[in-house]
Write a protein that binds this ligand. Structure first.
Ligand code: BLA
Length: 503
């Protein structure tokens, strides 16, 4: 699949989702000055939802019904906590209140309250069971399965998925738990364009978002510009932030009435998302969301630890191969002789099907590789493009002229071994033909009129992947680097030995 990476996606990524000018109307928003709690801005539905008739420019304390809120905010600011989250009675009704500080003021959000069963007290035992469960889980897949089951039990969604992103942003569903009301997406792929770059960036900062209904009219922020800085109100960290209309259309196309997603961050990057859906609108209380967020963070740490352990094991195994090969190369006349005489080890350093070295003496190749002339052309390209290393799983995607021999060699791992000459170590992997399954044909988003539209169908769509090898892992690339250093040492030592002999 080749997605057009230019115009349309840029338009998606250009939508200013942090400053939508409104909130989702199942709650209300109030912006206060940090001193004096003067009303700066409010969502237009504030009075209707909370009964608070806040007036711009007036202190909140002018409203008698706001006394409990004022006291709570004072206590919160004095404590110096970053976030306020608690149930509070205002007038006749109870609300779930959350508040956070921004440069444009204190953002106070009002949401429907939690039921007894949804309080954190009630949720702790579940988190405890989750921790016990994952302690015994084998790999990332099993941990993911336990996580989606728990999130579904916590939230009551019809379907909860966990998908991870690859280097191109494509999401693959690794785990799913559902009650059959919505179709299964297990193992399916979703193109990176479903979640544009600015949304991924925001989801690193704000780990959880809820859309209780895909069909709503936003409640506008009044006045639209902040009296503090004259800019639109930044809702990056607000739970009620109104979401992109393109995404709401996407949800409706998918047949989902409500969604919630939780970011999975590994080493500071967005590794994947847990995504819950129901066919009908559904609210998830702030206490439950907090429990989901904690669960997501535990999951992140688990994934990080397991991936690290796997990498270490892989690296150690490759190191053994490298050590054995170096021992044999050291005993040889030249390193080229050493490599040629130990073809299997040479390929296995990075688990390749073919290997080659290019020096002033020409091309030396073993196993499944392109022809000598083709190898020389690759080296020419590497030099011309000033690439010291290259790790491609599809050479044809980078250099179309190599497509003619993609069957033999689609994957290339190359590394320069000389600053002076165009000497390279190269490894090759053959094409690995496989079928991947997408949730709907991944096409570029269409622009109809002046609005962007997400795709309409999420029906199974099979793609046969050609001209692509198994990808090179980080450990294999590290192994190539480490092997290069050994070869360079070898060359240096031989040069010194020769110098000693002649002096
Ligand atoms: C946001 N897109 C999202 C989000 C998800 C997806 C999970 C986060 C919001 C949420 O939690 O619902 C995509 N939803 C998915 C995927 C699955 C799913 C992959 O359930 C898999 C099962 N979307 C498009 C196109 C555009 C687009 C073409 O398809 C751009 C024009 C935009 N998606 C888009 C935007 C957001 C988004 C702008 C951010 C919404 C926001 O936070 O304001």
């Amino acid at each position: 699949v080749t997605l057009d990476p230019t115009l349309d996606l840029d338009a998606c990524a250009a939508e200013p989702i942090r400053i939508p000018g409104g909130i989702q109307p199942h709650g209300a928003l109030l912006v206060l000055s940090p001193e004096g709690f003067e009303v700066l801005q409010a969502s237009e539905n504030l009075a209707a939802v909370t009964g608070l008739a806040a007036e711009s420019g007036r202190p909140l304390a002018d409203l008698p019904e706001a006394a409990s809120l004022v006291a709570e905010l004072e206590r919160w600011l004095a404590a110096g906590d970053s976030l306020l989250l608690r149930a509070l009675r205002i007038g006749e009704a109870t609300f779930q209140i959350s508040a956070h500080r921004t440069a444009q003021g204190l953002l106070v959000e009002f949401e429907p309250p939690a039921s007894e069963a949804e309080t954190l007290d009630a949720l702790y035992p579940r988190l405890g069971r989750f921790l016990d469960g994952i302690a015994q889980a084998e790999g990332v897949g099993e941990v993911a399965q336990i996580a989606v089951r728990e999130i579904r039990a916590l939230t009551g969604f019809n379907r909860v998925l966990l998908y991870s992103f690859d280097s191109e942003g494509t999401g693959t569903v690794l785990a799913e738990d559902g009650d059959g009301v919505l179709p299964s997406y297990l193992n399916l792929r979703f193109p990176g364009s479903d979640i544009p770059a600015q949304a991924r960036e925001l989801y690193k900062l704000n780990r959880i978002r809820l859309i209780p209904t895909a069909d709503y009219a936003p409640a506008a922020i009044v006045p639209p510009l902040s009296p503090v800085d004259g800019q639109p109100l930044d809702l990056s960290l607000a739970a009620l932030r109104s979401v992109s209309p393109v995404h709401l259309q996407y949800m409706r196309n998918m047949g989902t009435g409500a969604s919630m997603s939780v970011s999975i961050l590994v080493k500071g990057e967005l590794w994947g998302l847990i995504s819950g859906h129901s066919r009908e609108p559904r609210h998830v209380n702030a206490q439950v969301r907090t429990a989901c967020d904690i669960l997501g963070q535990i999951l992140s740490l688990q994934i990080e630890a397991r991936e690290q352990a796997q990498r270490t094991a892989e690296r150690l195994a490759l190191k053994d191969v490298e050590t054995a090969l170096i021992a044999r190369v050291s005993a040889a006349q030249s390193y080229q002789d050493g490599l040629a005489g130990n073809a299997t080890l040479w390929k296995d350093v990075v688990r390749a099907a073919g290997a080659a070295v290019v020096t002033e003496q020409g091309v030396l190749a073993v196993g499944l590789t392109p022809s000598d002339a083709e190898i020389l052309a690759i080296v020419e390209r590497l030099r011309a493009e000033d690439r010291e290393t290259a790790a491609f799983d599809s050479m044809a995607a980078v250099w179309p002229e190599t497509a003619s021999y993609a069957e033999r060699a689609s994957g290339l791992l190359a590394i320069s071994i000389s600053q002076l000459h165009s000497n390279y170590l190269l490894w090759f992997r053959p094409e690995l033909v496989r079928t991947v399954e997408w949730a709907g044909e991944p096409q570029k988003p269409r622009e109809v009129g002046d609005r962007l539209h997400p795709r309409q169908s999420f029906r199974l769509w099979k793609e046969q992947v050609r001209q692509r090898s198994a990808p090179w892992t980080l450990s294999e690339i590290e192994s190539a680097r480490s092997f290069r250093a050994s070869i360079q040492n070898f060359v240096l030592r031989r040069a010194e030995e020769r110098a000693e002999l002649t002096s």
